[in-house]
Design a protein around this ligand. Structure first.
Ligand SMILES: *Cc1c(COP(=O)(O)O)cnc(C)c1O
Length: 389
């Protein structure tokens, strides 16, 4: 049996007629950049996310970059980021000649550890970028509190977590000053190419985001500020508009698969429960836990990735590959160990949780269109391997 880590063909087949028509409508209109499709998508997102402003941008990375530009990050400024995330989270800071300052992660959620932020704040600190990794919210309440106490901006990296809520039911991305999302094809809401979204409730920041998306001209060709080409194209907007109504049902499918994996691994005696953080004889596999699951609102985990931890990770990955099962390591190298960051002061601190995650984490197939046999087969092969090793 073949179980790919991700296969988008089934999703496309299910929506093919609608998507093909939406794309052809753009082609017929010959309006490829911004325009009515992008505006309509933005209006849908302000409603869906319950936020005042939403602007389509060229990618999740550019969403982060334009946000840092809009809050005025300058060379020499420090921006706090978790050391464990996709490269873009720290890369955008460095691209502005500002300094990313790394913080270790929480051992259950893999999100920035709020209690470790304050010790990294200096007089140069300007902002924090919490990441809602794998599709689960970072613990925003203490993060917002420390940001308020020190006058820092908060830019949420929600690239893997669009539609997730937190606390009283606010959508991630709308809690900090600006929220960033990605429509990269492998995200829960993916386009047919690169795309992203920035959202904010702040009138002034909204204005800056809007004009900086088109090089900062206002009116066109008159520049008080410098932006870039951060525009979303109409074909992406048209595709995403077709997909958005299905997002919640897809997330439900991912959550069901994740629950099944967790249940089977516990029943097999390989884990006592989800959310354990240390390996021992009763926990040969550490399972992801949706920590905010029971708060009544949609503040759950949408499993953009279902990530387990095992000590013999590389051997398990090889074994799965031999058996036709795809998997991936998100992420093998934390920021503090990246060669390009080796001269940054904060790389000399200790990041034991992120180091352990980098050595042991493995993402398994969890996309909604997987069938039950594929999930069972994957779980079975993992159990087989761990009973032997
Ligand atoms: C995917 C991702 C990004 C970047 O998004 P792109 O659209 O690929 O540029 C940023 N941060 C995180 C956490 C991501 O997963």
């Amino acid at each position: 049996m073949q179980v790919p880590l991700l296969d988008l063909k089934l999703q496309y087949q299910n929506l093919k007629q609608e998507i093909d028509k939406a794309i052809m409508d753009v082609v017929e209109s010959q309006r490829f950049i911004l325009g009515p499709n992008v505006k309509e998508l933005e209006d849908e997102f302000t409603g869906y996310l319950n936020v005042k402003y939403a602007y389509g941008v060229s990618s999740g990375t550019d969403a982060l970059l334009i946000s840092l530009m809009a809050i005025g990050i300058k060379p020499g400024d420090e921006v706090i980021v978790p050391t464990y995330s996709f490269f873009a989270t720290a890369g955008v800071v460095a691209r502005l000649n500002a300094t990313p300052v790394f913080v270790d992660i929480d051992p259950v959620t893999f999100n920035i550890a709020p209690e470790k932020i304050e010790e990294k704040i200096t007089e140069k600190t300007r902002a924090i970028i919490p990441v809602h990794l794998y599709g689960q919210s970072a613990d925003m309440q203490p993060i917002m509190e420390v940001a308020k106490n020190y006058g820092l901006k908060v830019i949420e990296d929600g690239a893997q977590a669009i539609s997730v809520q937190y606390g009283d039911g606010r959508n991630v991305g709308t809690i900090g000053d600006i929220g960033c999302f990605s429509f990269f094809p492998s995200k829960n809401l993916g386009g047919f190419g690169d795309g992203g979204l920035v959202v904010t409730n702040d009138d002034e920041l909204a204005h800056l985001l809007k004009i900086m998306r088109g090089h900062g001209g206002e009116p066109k060709y008159y520049h008080k500020v410098i932006g870039g080409n951060f525009r979303l194209d109409a074909i992406q907007a048209a595709v995403i508009k077709v997909k958005l109504p299905h997002l919640d049902e897809w997330s439900e499918g991912r959550r069901k698969h994740a629950d099944f994996y967790n249940k089977v691994f516990v029943e097999a005696g390989l884990a006592e429960d989800a959310g354990k953080t240390n390996f021992d004889d009763n926990n040969k596999i550490l399972l992801p836990k949706a920590v905010y699951e029971n708060n009544g609102v949609k503040n759950y985990h949408i499993f953009n990735q279902y990530v387990i931890r095992v000590e013999k990770r590389n051997e398990l990955r090889e074994y799965l590959k031999e058996n036709g099962i795809g998997s991936e390591i998100y992420y093998p190298v934390p920021f503090h160990k990246q060669e390009c960051f080796k001269d940054l002061p904060s790389v000399n601190d200790h990041y034991s949780v992120a180091d352990m995650a980098a050595e042991t984490s493995l993402a398994l197939p969890v996309f909604p269109e997987l069938n039950q046999e594929q999930i069972e087969y994957t779980a079975e092969k993992i159990i087989e391997f761990l009973k032997k090793n």
